[in-house]
Write a new protein. Structure first.
Length: 325
C-alpha cells in the first residue's frame, strides 16, 4: 500500500497542534503555521507519493500557512503547491496578488516565492487535496505559470471538472493503488494540471501533443462516466461533445488498446456489477439496475454480463451474499 495516513487524535488534545506541525514539516515544504484552535487541533492527512509528485488529502480546522524569505533561503525544493479546495474557504497572497478562494476552486503557489495562506476564516473545517509537483515536471514554462499564482481557478465544468473529479478519486481510492500504478497516475495528473492551467492562460499550444492527447482522453473518460445512465451515449455523441471526429475518438482509444464502444460497455457493466452486489439495493430488480446504467434491453444486458463475468446478473447478486437482517 502506497498511502500513509496521519491523525492528530492519536495523541492527547494538548499535543495535537505540535504533532500536526511536525507532520506538516516532514510531508510538505517547511512553513510557519498558526492557528486559533491549538488547544485541540483535530486533523487528518493521507499522503500518496507518485514518484516526484505528491498528492495529499487533508482535513483540518482554521489554520494559517506562511512562507517567508528566510525559510526559502534555508530550503526551497522548487515546487508548485496546487490546492484543490473541497470544503471551506481561504485567502492567499503571493507575488503581489491577493485573492479569496472557495470550495470548488484550485489555487496555485510557488515554493520559491513568499506566500501567506489563511484557511477557514468563515467556516469550521477545510478539506482539500494538495498536489506538490516540481516546476520542471509541469508541462508549462515557469514564467507563464507565474501569471496564475494566487489566482483562484473554478473547477466547475469541462476540463476543470475532470481535474476536480480526478483529484477527488485519487484521494478516495488512494488505498487501492500499487507501485505499478504510479507512472500512469503521475502522468495523468501532470497532464490534466497542465491542460487546465494552459487553458486559463490560453497557452495550450506550449503543451506537447502527447500531453494534450492524454488530457483529452482523460476528459473523455470522465465525460463517459458522468453520462453512463444515458441510453443515447455512443461514440458519436461522445465525439460531438468534445468537438472531434468519431475517427479521432477511435484513434485515442486505440492507443490504449480499446474502442470507445467497448469502454462504454465496460464502465456500464462495472456499475451494474457494483450495484447488484450492494445489499442496500437488494430491493431493486436486475432490470431496473441495468436500465439505470443505460442497458435498455434485458436480454442483451444478461448476455453481455455473462460474457464479461462468467455468470448471470442474478447469479452474481446471489453470490454477493444476502442483505443484512
Amino acid at each position: 500500500m502506497l498511502v500513509t495516513e496521519f491523525r492528530t487524535e492519536v495523541v492527547p488534545p494538548a499535543e495535537r497542534w505540535d504533532l500536526w506541525q511536525d507532520i506538516a514539516g516532514r510531508t510538505h515544504v517547511p512553513n510557519l503555521l498558526r492557528s486559533e484552535r491549538t488547544e485541540d487541533f483535530r486533523a487528518t492527512m493521507r499522503v500518496l507519493p507518485l514518484g516526484d509528485l505528491q498528492v495529499a488529502d487533508l482535513s483540518f480546522p482554521q489554520m494559517d500557512t506562511v512562507r517567508t524569505p528566510r525559510i526559502i533561503r534555508r530550503f526551497d525544493p522548487e515546487v508548485y503547491q496546487i490546492n484543490c479546495q473541497f470544503t471551506g474557504d481561504g485567502g492567499i497572497a503571493q507575488d503581489g496578488r491577493q485573492a479569496v478562494f472557495r470550495a470548488g476552486d484550485l489555487v496555485l503557489a510557488d515554493s520559491s516565492l513568499p506566500y501567506d495562506v489563511r484557511l477557514n476564516r468563515t467556516s469550521e473545517r477545510t478539506s482539500a487535496v494538495v498536489v506538490t509537483v516540481p516546476r520542471a515536471l509541469l508541462p508549462l514554462p515557469p514564467r507563464t505559470v507565474r501569471r496564475l499564482l494566487a489566482v483562484p481557478i473554478p473547477l466547475g465544468q469541462g476540463l476543470g471538472g475532470a481535474l476536480y473529479r480526478w483529484l477527488a478519486d485519487l484521494a478516495h481510492r488512494a488505498d487501492e493503488f500499487t507501485a505499478a500504478d504510479v507512472p500512469t497516475l503521475a502522468t495523468v495528473t501532470t497532464d490534466l494540471l497542465g491542460s487546465v492551467l494552459g487553458r486559463c492562460l490560453d497557452a495550450e499550444d506550449v503543451l506537447s501533443p502527447e500531453s494534450r492527447r492524454r488530457a483529452l482522453h482523460t476528459r473523455i473518460r470522465d465525460f463517459i462516466d458522468q453520462h453512463l445512465g444515458d441510453p443515447s451515449l455512443s461514440p458519436a455523441t461522445v465525439a460531438a461533445a468534445h468537438g472531434i471526429s468519431v475517427r479521432r475518438l477511435h484513434q485515442l482509444f486505440a492507443a490504449e488498446g480499446a474502442s470507445p464502444a467497448a469502454w462504454i460497455r465496460h464502465r456500464r457493466l462495472e456499475r451494474c456489477r457494483r450495484d447488484l452486489a450492494d445489499p442496500r439495493l437488494s430491493g431493486r430488480s436486475v432490470q431496473s439496475i441495468a436500465a439505470r446504467w443505460g442497458f435498455t434491453d434485458p436480454a442483451t444486458f444478461s448476455r453481455v454480463f455473462r460474457r464479461a463475468y462468467g455468470m448471470t446478473p442474478t447469479d452474481h447478486r446471489h453470490h454477493a451474499g444476502p442483505p443484512p437482517s
